[in-house]
Write a protein that binds this ligand. Structure first.
Ligand code: 5AD
Ligand code: SF4
Length: 438
């Protein structure tokens, strides 16, 4: 009987990308992939550790899989950032875990499984990593229309709140020629949306030749023939150079949606965070981007309750949110990550204060999102069709270049195609429209 494998993914797009590679490796080993953990022979948890909540989620899932393991001997593999961070500790806490493996070791999955199944190893822990590029691994993407490519690995920024540089190591860039070739292959295979990934995409190319810059990479991918859209996450406001803005402005293939992590609107807190820009510099950058790329929508990550954040600092954050007008933002309460500089800073903020600030920020953001959504009314938008809507099977779900969800009535055969839709109704997070003839 064919053995079955399940891969459960937490965290960011980088983890989604790595899970797609894990799936391909498992398929090559003869496993059949399933989403149903009740029938699986080996379960992979690809984990995240960026914020406190991530661990709790993983512990819950581990408990669930343990029950299946007791019934059918399912092997359990924990990989990703939480695995990298915890290493051996995870086995000490949960001795039913078979394999703990960092992100950089996924190429060694076949030998790790072999060790557990045929060489009677009790546990395998692989969390060592080298500051070099991981081997290129084919990926099996869940979506037939969206694929992603990691352009850099690791991070050198050391924002004081962030654990990522400690778990993903130093920043390394993949040579441009390889990336362009990979993009070309994906377009040839029929993918319509290519997402470029890195912890700080616009510092791409450090250590490579002078021509290998993020702007040139974007331009070279745009030059690939075919109808497709390019997105990237995440740029760092400090490194957002004019040449990148110009390439985006020139190329309609690049999405009119930019994620520009703010983190805080207070220059004082930004300094404590080691972000490398001030409130005014951030606002100026956002304004420049909006001016040079008409119709662009901006989104951000924002943290409230960073150590020593005063009410005044928080009001600076609200002020930036108001002035820039993010289409949406991802808002978090600061949580301590052991080993980071901020973890040992004086002036940690009470949970109650953090919660209060988060609610106030969310309510401001919601009202802005709602207002910006109304601007779409009556417009004709070119959208990429993703497939039937999960909530309403009669409707197709699609996305605009600005990353807004549009639902409309249409035939399933449109899946994976670009079509024009007229927007008739605007809710905060979802637009409703009708298909236009070409
Ligand atoms: N606490 C809260 N939020 C954090 N982030 C990263 N580290 C922390 C932390 N310790 C947020 C940042 C980042 C996003 C991926 O997660 O906003 O951009
Ligand atoms: Fe989570 Fe950061 Fe790792 Fe992505 S890189 S999975 S956000 S810890």
């Amino acid at each position: 009987m064919t053995k079955k494998a399940t891969v459960i993914t937490y965290g960011c797009q980088m983890n989604v990308n790595e899970s797609a590679k894990i799936k391909k490796i498992l398929e090559n080993l003869g496993y059949e992939l399933t989403d149903n953990i009740e029938e699986t022979d080996i379960a992979f948890l690809n984990t995240c550790t960026v914020r406190e909540g991530a661990a709790t989620q993983i512990y819950g899932k581990l408990g669930e899989i343990k029950r299946v393991r007791e019934q059918r001997g399912t092997k359990i593999v924990v990989t990703g950032c939480f695995a990298q961070e915890q290493g051996q500790e995870l086995i000490k806490k949960f001795n039913y875990i078979d394999i703990v493996m960092g992100n950089q070791n996924i190429g060694r999955i076949p030998e790790a499984i072999e060790d557990i199944e045929n060489r009677s190893a009790k546990h395998v822990v692989l969390t060592d990593y080298e500051d070099e590029l991981p081997p290129r691994i084919d990926a099996d993407f869940e979506s037939k229309k969206t694929a992603s490519i990691a352009i850099t690995y690791g991070c050198n920024n050391f924002c004081t709140y962030c654990i990522v540089p400690y778990v993903r190591g130093r920043e390394r860039s993949v040579p441009m020629a390889e990336l362009v070739e990979e993009a070309r292959e994906l377009v040839k295979k029929g993918y319509k949306e290519i997402i470029l990934l890195g912890q700080n995409v616009n510092s791409y190319g450090k250590g490579l030749s002078e021509e290998e810059t993020f702007a040139n990479l974007l331009q070279n991918i745009c030059d690939i023939e075919g109808d497709f859209i390019i997105r990237f996450v995440s740029p760092h406001p400090r490194d957002f150079t004019d040449d990148v803005i110009d390439v985006i402005a020139r190329n309609p293939k690049i999405a009119r949606s930019l994620h520009l992590p703010l983190q805080s609107g207070s220059t004082r807190v930004l300094k404590l965070m080691n972000r490398g820009y001030s409130k005014e510099q951030y606002i100026a950058l956002a304004e420049k981007i909006k001016e040079r790329i008409p119709g662009v929508s901006l989104t951000a990550d924002i943290i409230v309750g960073f150590p020593q954040e005063t009410e005044e600092d928080f009001i600076d954050t609200l002020d930036v949110v108001e002035k820039v007008g993010f289409e949406t933002s991802f808002m978090f309460m600061y949580s301590i990550r052991k080993g980071t500089k901020a973890a040992v800073m004086e002036g940690q903020i009470d949970d109650e204060v953090k919660k209060d600030r988060l609610h106030r920020l969310m309510s401001l953001q919601n009202s802005i999102s709602k207002k910006l959504s109304m601007d779409y009314e009556g417009k004709i938008e070119r959208v990429l069709v993703e497939g039937p809507s999960k909530k309403n099977k009669d409707m197709l779900s699609s996305r605009t270049s600005t990353n807004k969800i549009v639902l409309f009535k249409g035939d399933k055969s449109l899946e994976g195609q670009f079509v024009n839709v007229k927007i008739n109704e605007c809710k905060t997070w979802t637009l409703y429209g009708e298909l236009m003839a070409d």
